[in-house]
Unconditional design. Structure first.
Length: 530
C-alpha cells in the first residue's frame, strides 16, 4: 500500500496513462485514415474499371454488337478481384453479366441496386458513383459500384437506336470487386500498427522510467533519507549526489543547511556548557557569600553575647583572684606546718592559675566583641611581623621550634591597627606551636613566616607555614567558627582563630588556610597595599 502512494508509482502511472491514451488515439486515427484511404482507392479503382468498360463497349453498343459486348463483360469479369460485372437495362433485366447465375434475371425497384435511385416517388437520375460495401456469402467483403448508363446524344441520334430521346437512363452498370486481399492487408497493417504502438509505448515507458528513476526518483529518495537522518539528530550526515541538475543544487543546499545547523548546535551546546559553568561559578560564589554572611551574623551575635558575658564575669573573677591572693598571704603567716602550708599554697596556686586563665578567656571575649572602631594608620607590615615574632620568641625556644623568616625587600605599607594585627598573628603562632609539640625525641618543628608583595593584585600577603599535625578535611571548614576547637578540653576554648578572623576582616583583608592531616598547615593573610 505504501508503494502505491509513492511518487515513483504515481509518476509511472501518469506517464503510462498519457502514453496509452496518446498512442491509442494515434492508432485509432491511423486505422481510420487507412480505412478511408483504402475505400477511396477501391472507389477509384471501380470507377476506372467502369470507365474502361464503358469506353470499351460504347462503340459496340452504338452498332448493337451484342456478342462483342458480352465477350468484353465476360473477359473483364474473369479478373481475380472482379466478383461480378453486369449491365442491366431500364427494365431491370441482366442483359450482360459475368455471372452465369444472373443471366436474364430481372430485379425490381426495391432491390439493393435499384433502391438507390427509386427510394422516392420520382427516380433520381444521378451521375454519382456511390460505392457500397456488402458481405459475400463466402465470408469476405465486396465493394459494389453502380453507375447509370445515360441516353447520350450519340445514342439517340444513331440510326440503329431504338430508344426515344426523352428516355434519360438506358440501364445500369454494376461492378462488384472483392475486398478479401485488401481487407487481409489492412488487418495485417492494423495488427502491425497496434504491435508497433504497444512496442513504442513499452520502449518509451522503459526509457522514461530509467531516466526518471536516475534523475528524479533516486535523488528524491536520497534527499528523503537525508531528511530522515537529520530528523533523527544525525547532523554529520551528508548527501553525496554529483549532479549538476536542480536536484544536485538542492543536495548541495541541503548539505550546507546541515553544516550550518551542526555549527549552530555546537555553538548552542558550547554556550550551554559555558552558561552552566558560569551558573555553577556564580552559585558557588553566592554560596560562599552566603556562608560569609552567616559567619558575619554569627560573629556579630556572638560578639554582643561575649561582651555581655565578659563584663558580667570580669568583676567576680577579679574579686575571687584578690581573695585567693589574700588567703595565700594569710596561710604563709599562719602557724601551720610546712607540709600542710605547702599543699594549701599549691592548691591556691592552681586556683589562681585557673582564675587567670578565665581572665584571659574574658579578655579574648572582649577583644572578639570589640568592633572596628579603632583608628587605622599606615604601617609597614614587615615591622608588625617582626615585633609579633619577638613577643613569642621565648615560646618557640621552649618548644624547640625552628623559625624561618623572609621579609618583603621594600616597605609594604598597609592601613591597620598594629596592636590588633599583632594579636591576630600571635594567635596563629600559638596554634602553630601547639600543633608542633615536641615528640619523644624532644625535636620540635619548623615555623616559616614570609611577607610577599603581590604586585599584580595590589596586595600584601603574610604566609605562615608549620610542619605540625595539620587539620583534617572535616574540620577545615569550621576552624574560624567561635568555640570550635580541635584541641583537648583543657588547652583551649576555640576563640583564637575566630578573634584573628574578626581582626583581619575588620582591616578589609582576607584570611584563608591550606592544610592536610599530617602534612602541616599554611595560613594566608592578605591586605590591600597602600
Amino acid at each position: 500500500m505504501k508503494s502505491l502512494q509513492s511518487l515513483s508509482f504515481r509518476l509511472f502511472l501518469l506517464i503510462f496513462a498519457v502514453l496509452v491514451l496518446v498512442f491509442s488515439f494515434h492508432t485509432y486515427m491511423s486505422i481510420q485514415l487507412q480505412t478511408q484511404q483504402s475505400r477511396h482507392n477501391i472507389r477509384l479503382c471501380a470507377r476506372r474499371i467502369s470507365d474502361l468498360i464503358k469506353s470499351s463497349t460504347h462503340y459496340s453498343m452504338l452498332i448493337n454488337q451484342k456478342q462483342e459486348i458480352k465477350n468484353i463483360v465476360t473477359t473483364v469479369g474473369r479478373e481475380p478481384d472482379i466478383e461480378d460485372l453486369s449491365i442491366i437495362n431500364h427494365g431491370g433485366e441482366y442483359v450482360y453479366t459475368s455471372n452465369p447465375l444472373n443471366e436474364h434475371k430481372i430485379i425490381d425497384e426495391h432491390s439493393r441496386i435499384c433502391i438507390q435511385c427509386h427510394s422516392g416517388k420520382t427516380p433520381i437520375v444521378s451521375v454519382s458513383k456511390k460505392l457500397t460495401i456488402i458481405d459475400s456469402p463466402k465470408g469476405y467483403r465486396i465493394a459494389e459500384l453502380t453507375r447509370p448508363i445515360l441516353n447520350e446524344p450519340s445514342c439517340f441520334n444513331a440510326a440503329c437506336h431504338v430508344h426515344p430521346k426523352n428516355e434519360k437512363v438506358l440501364g445500369l452498370m454494376n461492378i462488384q470487386i472483392s475486398l478479401k486481399d485488401i481487407d487481409d492487408a489492412t488487418h495485417r497493417s492494423i495488427d502491425i500498427l497496434i504491435i508497433l504502438s504497444i512496442a513504442s509505448v513499452t520502449i518509451i515507458i522503459l526509457v522514461l522510467w530509467l531516466f526518471i528513476r536516475r534523475e528524479v526518483i533516486v535523488p528524491v529518495r536520497i534527499l528523503h533519507n537525508g531528511t530522515r537522518e537529520i530528523g533523527r539528530g544525525n547532523l554529520d550526515y551528508t548527501i553525496s549526489f554529483p549532479s549538476k541538475t536542480e536536484i544536485g543544487d538542492l543536495a548541495n543546499s541541503f548539505n550546507k543547511m546541515t553544516h550550518r545547523i551542526r555549527d549552530a548546535q555546537k555553538e548552542i551546546t558550547q554556550w550551554s556548557k559555558t552558561l552552566e559553568n558560569r551558573v555553577e561559578e556564580k552559585s558557588l560564589e553566592l554560596k560562599n557569600a552566603q556562608k560569609q554572611m552567616m559567619h558575619v551574623e554569627k560573629m556579630a551575635s556572638l560578639g554582643k553575647l561575649s561582651a555581655t558575658v565578659a563584663h558580667e564575669i570580669n568583676n567576680p573573677l577579679a574579686g575571687i583572684l584578690n581573695y585567693t591572693k589574700l588567703i595565700a598571704k594569710r596561710i604563709q603567716r599562719s602557724n601551720l606546718n610546712e607540709e600542710t602550708q605547702k599543699n594549701v599554697l599549691e592548691e591556691l596556686g592552681i586556683i589562681e592559675s585557673e582564675i587567670k586563665r578565665l581572665g584571659n578567656i574574658v579578655k579574648n571575649l572582649l577583644t572578639f566583641a570589640r568592633g572596628s572602631g579603632e583608628e587605622l594608620v599606615e604601617y609597614d607590615i614587615n615591622k608588625i611581623v617582626e615585633k609579633s615574632l619577638l613577643l613569642v620568641n621565648h615560646h618557640f625556644q621552649m618548644h624547640n621550634i625552628t623559625l624561618e623568616t623572609r621579609y618583603c625587600p621594600k616597605a609594604c605599607i598597609v592601613k591597620c591597627n598594629p596592636d590588633r594585627l599583632k594579636q591576630a598573628l600571635i594567635a596563629i603562632y600559638v596554634n602553630a606551636v601547639e600543633a608542633m609539640s615536641p615528640g619523644s625525641n624532644g625535636e620540635g618543628g619548623i615555623l616559616r613566616v614570609e611577607v610577599w608583595k603581590l604586585e599584580e593584585k595590589g596586595l600584601v600577603q603574610i604566609r605562615i607555614s608549620d610542619t605540625g599535625i595539620g587539620i583534617s578535611e572535616e574540620d577545615l571548614p569550621h576552624i574560624f567558627e567561635p568555640f570550635y576547637s580541635t584541641k583537648n578540653k583543657t588547652s583551649g576554648v576555640g576563640l583564637g582563630l575566630s578573634v584573628a578572623y574578626g581582626i583581619v576582616k575588620n582591616h578589609g583583608g582576607t584570611i584563608r588556610v591550606e592544610s592536610k592531616a599530617g602534612e602541616g598547615t599554611t595560613f594566608f593573610f592578605e591586605f590591600p597595599n597602600i
